[in-house]
Design a protein around this ligand. Structure first.
Ligand SMILES: [Zn+2]
Length: 312
């Protein structure tokens, strides 16, 4: 009965939009953003048994068979080097959402730089002192366990702040530890040339993920608009193609707001995706398309969860 009502409400076969970030071999993964490449291949094989894989721009069109849309957030280099060949071998379309300003600067994402400083840096300092949104934190960093705790305490709070404040904090932490952020190894992001190569792929479309990857709900309307407008202009200039899709950074229900949704529409995007885990229905707002987070799951775990998403 529930399934009948669900289908009536949806008025079409189920659609699931999947959210990946990185694909590649084992590496430090503090936020569970990486899926091993062999597992990613397994996921695609499972999906194909139940559903068609379609481009994001077709997500809201009614269809007789269950459908899946594949998306990748942020713009890590492994999207081109690892994921794209796998997608191409299976003729599976996907959208890669790129934080154009971060890519352009080429220094990596701030959370990767902060992690490299606090967790990998060689330093003798025993405490870090930071102030975030009026909260003064004094964090012990004598060993690996406390360093990870300190990293997480800072990350959780600072990610809600504007990009300039985040950059000041990363520089401040580097100074306190006596390290230069530029000396540290961070996961590679795509370059503008890579973005052009990716967009020229038969299977990949490039979408916008803002310039600086801010939490949209935490910045004013003019800044939200600048993030949405400039990133699209930059990506269109790099790729020579239209960029009709947008992903709200972080994507959680509190990471974007009604202003973000209006800004995405007024900027001229056709589709904007969230990270809110809901069903796609016939009533889904094209500027609030929900997505399902995919973890580094083996084929069996993925299949079990995936079947729940498409009522299989
Ligand atoms: Zn992101």
């Amino acid at each position: 009965m529930r399934s009948f009502l669900t289908r009536l409400l949806r008025g079409r076969a189920p659609t699931a939009v999947l959210m990946y970030h990185r694909v590649g071999p084992e590496a430090r993964d503090l936020h569970h953003l990486r899926v091993r490449d062999d597992r990613f291949e397994d996921h695609l094989d499972v999906i194909r048994r139940y559903a068609d894989i379609v481009p994001l721009t077709e997500v809201l069109a009614p269809a007789p068979r269950p459908r899946v849309v594949l998306t990748f957030d942020d713009g890590y280099a492994d999207n081109l080097n690892v994921a794209e060949p796998i997608l191409r071998a299976r003729s599976a379309p996907a959208t890669v959402f790129v934080a154009a300003g971060v890519i352009e600067r080429g220094e990596g994402f701030w959370q990767d730089r902060l992690a490299a400083l606090v967790l990998d840096g060689h330093y003798d300092v025993t405490h870090i002192e930071v102030e975030i949104a009026g909260d003064a934190l004094r964090l012990a960093v004598p060993d690996a366990a406390t360093r990870e705790e300190a990293y997480r305490a800072i990350h959780t709070r600072i990610r809600r702040r504007p990009p300039a404040e985040i950059e000041r904090l990363v520089a401040d932490v580097a100074a306190q530890l006596g390290l230069a952020a530029t000396d540290l190894r961070v996961p590679h992001t795509l370059t503008p040339d890579d973005v052009r190569t990716l967009a020229a792929s038969d299977v990949v479309d490039v979408g916008s993920h803002t310039m600086q990857h801010p939490m949209m709900s935490m910045i004013d309307e003019a800044t939200q608009r600048a993030e949405a407008v400039e990133s699209r202009a930059r990506l269109e200039a790099w790729t020579g193609r239209a960029v009709p899709t947008f992903a709200y950074p972080y994507g959680a229900a509190d990471a974007f707001d009604a202003t973000s949704v209006r800004v995405a529409r007024e900027t001229g995007y056709e589709i904007a995706v969230t990270g809110v885990a809901q069903r796609v229905t016939r009533f889904t707002n094209p500027y609030r398309v929900p997505r399902r987070f995919v973890g580094d799951w083996d084929a069996e775990t993925f299949e079990r969860r995936f079947r729940g998403w498409i009522d299989a």
